[in-house]
Design a protein around this ligand. Structure first.
Ligand code: CA
Length: 264
């Protein structure tokens, strides 16, 4: 089911691709208006028909707009072509598994919060799910009330967090438009540089190892060759400090990198 907001959004995307315009001004007023009174859209990715039907029915009773994808490939197609406010993702799927779906979504900058569903024994799956960019998890079987509580919490958090502008000193990063500025200066970053900066800034104050950065931004294990991270950080830092601004991206020798205001 398509609701009004996704139609407005799609129209915007089509207009943008025709005119070549970018979304620099943020969301179009029509979409903003629409978002105020719209039902939240949830994508349920679940191959078990019974569970999927149970989730759809329960969530629709709570006035959410629900779509179901019954395999990973469909889920990816839907989530990449339509905006959802939340994705409920079962990890055990035929074909493309949940973790791969999640990684690809995050790689393509789909910011919707993701709640993963795992079986009781799959502790490793929970860990790799969270590492791959999931926001929360629920262990099957779960009570619907518990799911609803998680859904509400994630939607609340999304409103204030996910798409909100990130800031440190005079550095501003807009995760929606990908605009980065230092004071009045506009920074041109490549998508990878942006991803590194976004990741470090979301974890401001915490030292992130090269391996962690590699896994989140490049989506695989580098094992020994993490020099690539150093190259990206060096380029990113040159852009960040091109106007002789104060250093915000610090090297922690032998460990990794950290974004912070003081020079400790
Ligand atoms: Ca399943």
């Amino acid at each position: 089911m398509l609701n009004l907001c996704s139609l407005v959004y799609e129209t915007m995307v089509v207009q943008e691709s025709i005119s070549g315009a970018t979304r620099e001004g943020g969301l179009a007023p029509a979409l903003e208006l629409c978002l105020e009174g719209k039902p939240m859209r949830i994508l349920v990715v679940e191959d078990e028909k019974k569970v999927a039907a149970f989730l759809r029915k329960g969530l629709e009773q709570e006035a959410y707009s629900v779509e179901v994808a019954n395999n990973g490939k469909r889920a990816l197609q839907q989530a990449l072509s339509e905006p959802y406010d939340l994705i409920i993702l079962d990890l055990l799927l035929p074909g493309l598994d949940g973790i791969s779906v999640l990684r690809e979504l995050r790689r393509q900058h789909v910011l919707a919060p993701v709640l993963i569903l795992t079986a009781r024994k799959e502790v490793d799956d929970r860990v790799s799910g969270l590492d791959a960019g999931a926001d929360d998890y629920l262990v099957k079987p779960f009570a619907f009330a518990e799911l609803l509580a998680r859904v509400r919490a994630l939607l609340r958090r999304q409103g204030s967090d996910r798409s909100a502008t990130l800031q440190m000193a005079d550095l501003t990063v807009d995760p929606v438009t990908h605009q980065v500025t230092r004071g009045e200066r506009h920074l041109e970053l490549t998508p990878r540089e942006f991803a590194v900066l976004d990741y470090l800034l979301r974890n401001a104050g915490r030292v992130m190892t090269r391996t962690l950065i590699a896994e989140h931004v490049w989506d695989y294990h580098f094992d020994s060759d993490t020099n690539l991270i150093d190259v990206y950080v060096k380029r990113l830092r040159e852009k960040l400090e091109a106007g002789d601004e104060k250093r915000l991206l610090h090297t922690v020798r032998g460990i990794g990198y950290v974004m912070r205001e003081d020079a400790r």
